[in-house]
Unconditional design. Sequence first.
Length: 345
Amino acid sequence: MKAGIYHGIKQVAVEQRDKPAIGPKDVLIQVTYAGICGTDIGAYLHGGDAVGIYPGNEFGHEFVGIAAEVGAEVQGITKGMRLTINPTDRRSVETSGMNTTEIADMSGAFSQYVYVENARLNKNVFRLPDTLPDEIAMLTEPLSVSMHAVNLSQATKGDKVLVYGAGAIGLSAVAALQYKGVTDIIVSDINDFKLSFAKKLGAIPFNSNGKSLPEFVKQTWGTLKGNASEDTWNADVVLDCAGAPPILQEYMDNAKINSTFVEVAINMRPSELSLFWLLAKETVIKGSRGYTPEDILQSIDALNQPDCKLKEIVTHTFPLEELPKAFEVGSNPNEAVKVAIKHSL
């Protein structure tokens, strides 16, 4: 089979590899569409060791496809069924010798075939509705990341939500929030190109480059008083899909009483946190990692809604044979948001 292989910084190639063999409990999926994730771009630009993508291996984890082979003991899945997966549960930690990050990020979405060990419907394999095209269903995985964060935040209709970051995850957060009935959404970034997609999705875009985001939020949604008579912004939920170290401090300086902050982006650098303001404002701070089967099911349903606009973020589509070019384009934040790889059947 043709397989996308990661060889290191700025080095990806399409090579011939053996098609995976499956056991009686496994499923082999022929990939139809795949998406290049920010994790993949990070490995391409800076190295993949930190995110479990090692040189010489297949990689990619956002994809949809067709069940090409189904093990005799697999229940509820038949050959020809259109599927997506939970890549973190594609193999077991015990049998693979890998952690869940490595299992997911080296799934092989840029290869013609991906196998799922111990396949279980609605656990690690999910059927796609006939009304959901592959080129949209491909967005299930990034939307599931954002859906998990939104579910953790408990944001509901009537809430005001601030989203840091207008990348694929931040924009997916807009779609997840709208699915939950939230309409008052501000998205902050420093890239006008990406912010234009936030506007297309129906959020309020704000470029914070050289400008005050707290002042903009207060002007847009009003100013409240905190328990220490401090001025606060009127945001019920804040989702950090950017990962810049100053964000947590900015949130605490302006947080509404009893509001919720969810960290979605990967940020390896330390951030300061005032325990006084944590106490005084009674805020809730959560971390959001990955997703659950329920998040994935909700994401599939959200993408299948006629009013979902998330497909707008797919800026480019390349054939598998042009994978190196796709990564070059996807690495330019002023040109691309989500780059798709279309596999030939």
